[in-house]
Design a protein around this ligand. Structure first.
Ligand code: SF4
Length: 375
């Protein structure tokens, strides 16, 4: 780790000769090895913006079908601005981090109402004018769509540049240094290709656990490689402790229809639909948890199994119960009555945007109750 104090790193970077060489090496590599991705074949800021937001925290192979489907359904910023939020969330369903979809919707309305449907062109304008666009995303859009010489610093770029210059500072201090390096290196003649190449190098060669240094165009200059263990760089922030959420999801049936409730507009999985979920306090039996929440409105409680789901900083465990509703359909407990809700037959469930853990419950219901068809 002593290598982190190797001062030549940034200083070297300021020497035009090294900068020119690093640019040329990366672009030459990109010409041979860069991935052919649909958002790289367009200069449409809308399409590039959608791809950049989808790619946040999500791998390319996951994004590809979503990107195609999204552009087929909402081909322009005007179409997105005019769409119902429900339809937008449905298109996003399964990608996670749903705030991204909400912000896309909001930002499209800002572009249409306040900018006459025209995208701001610089990274600073993009970041300031639109919700959900951070500095790196702004740099990626400005360089890809408008050919601006703007830097990026997504997770891949951060890793590659941190290793290239053996940046060993604590994360908060390293951030400024890495931005400086990225801005210094981005090629004014080819900012789009340079930034995309940086992302590709991080995704395919300078990977998190096992960098393939022998295949890397920067192997000669790389201080991280020369240190003997590039994976020490850059220093990563301490991982947040993942908190546990435990509770009961209850599929409540009334005359062939099941109760779906919408989550609140803020917080985890905001605005998505689920079967009523009751958090367990004190770890009692799931039937008891449900009885406390629903009183004598339910009968024939039956355990169907358990689903688990990982969120960024949380782990959810839900016991899944099926129950029959024996009260008047409108007599919901207050905690659910104050939320938007609906009774739906299984074949209609999937019309509602639902988080991944609810899809797992639907699958469980389908397996447990062969007559239930959710397709
Ligand atoms: S030489 Fe190795 S550690 Fe350095 S940038 Fe290339 S892949 Fe990453």
């Amino acid at each position: 780790m002593g290598y982190s104090s190797a001062k030549p790193s940034l200083n070297n970077c300021s020497e035009p000769e090294q900068v020119v060489r690093l640019r040329a090496q990366l672009l030459e590599w990109y010409g041979r090895m860069g991935r052919d991705l649909p958002w790289r074949r367009t200069r449409d800021p809308y399409a590039i913006w959608i791809s950049e937001i989808m790619l946040q925290q999500t791998q390319v192979k996951t994004v590809l079908p979503y990107y195609q489907r999204w552009l087929a359904a909402l081909p322009t910023v005007a179409a997105l601005a005019a769409a119902e939020l429900e339809a937008v969330l449905k298109l996003w369903e399964g990608l996670g981090y749903y705030t991204r979809a909400r912000n896309l919707h909001k930002a499209a309305q800002v572009i249409v109402k306040e900018h006459g449907g025209v995208f701001p062109e610089t990274a600073q304008q993009l970041q300031q004018a639109l919700p959900g666009i951070g500095r790196s995303t702004a740099g990626a859009i400005a360089s890809s769509a408008f050919g601006r010489c703007e830097a990026i610093l997504d997770a891949n770029a951060r890793r590659v540049l941190g290793r290239l210059f053996a940046v060993g500072d604590p994360p908060a201090r390293a951030e400024a240094k890495l931005w400086e390096i990225s801005q210094r290196l981005v090629d004014p003649q080819a900012p789009h290709n340079f930034n995309q190449a940086l992302m590709d190098l991080g995704a395919t060669v300078c990977t998190a656990r096992s960098p393939l240094c022998l295949l890397c165009p920067w192997q000669v200059d790389c201080l991280g490689r020369r240190s003997g263990d590039p994976t020490h760089f850059p220093v990563r922030p301490a991982r947040a402790v993942r908190s546990e959420i435990a509770g009961v999801s209850v599929a409540i049936e009334c005359q062939g229809k099941f109760l779906l409730v919408r989550r609140p507009e803020r917080g985890l999985l905001a605005g998505l639909w689920e079967f009523p979920f009751v958090e367990s306090v004190g770890g009692g039996e799931p039937e008891e948890t449900v009885r406390v929440a629903f009183g004598n409105r339910l009968e024939s409680l039956e355990r169907l199994g358990q689903v688990e789901h990982e969120f960024t900083h949380r782990h959810l465990t839900a016991q899944v119960l099926r129950a029959q509703w024996i009260a008047a359909p409108a007599a919901l407990p207050k905690v659910f009555d104050c939320r938007e809700h609906t009774w739906q037959p299984p074949e209609c469930w999937l019309k509602f945007p639902m988080p991944g853990y609810v899809h797992k419950i639907c699958k469980l219901l389908k397996e447990a109750l062969p007559k239930v068809s959710v397709d």
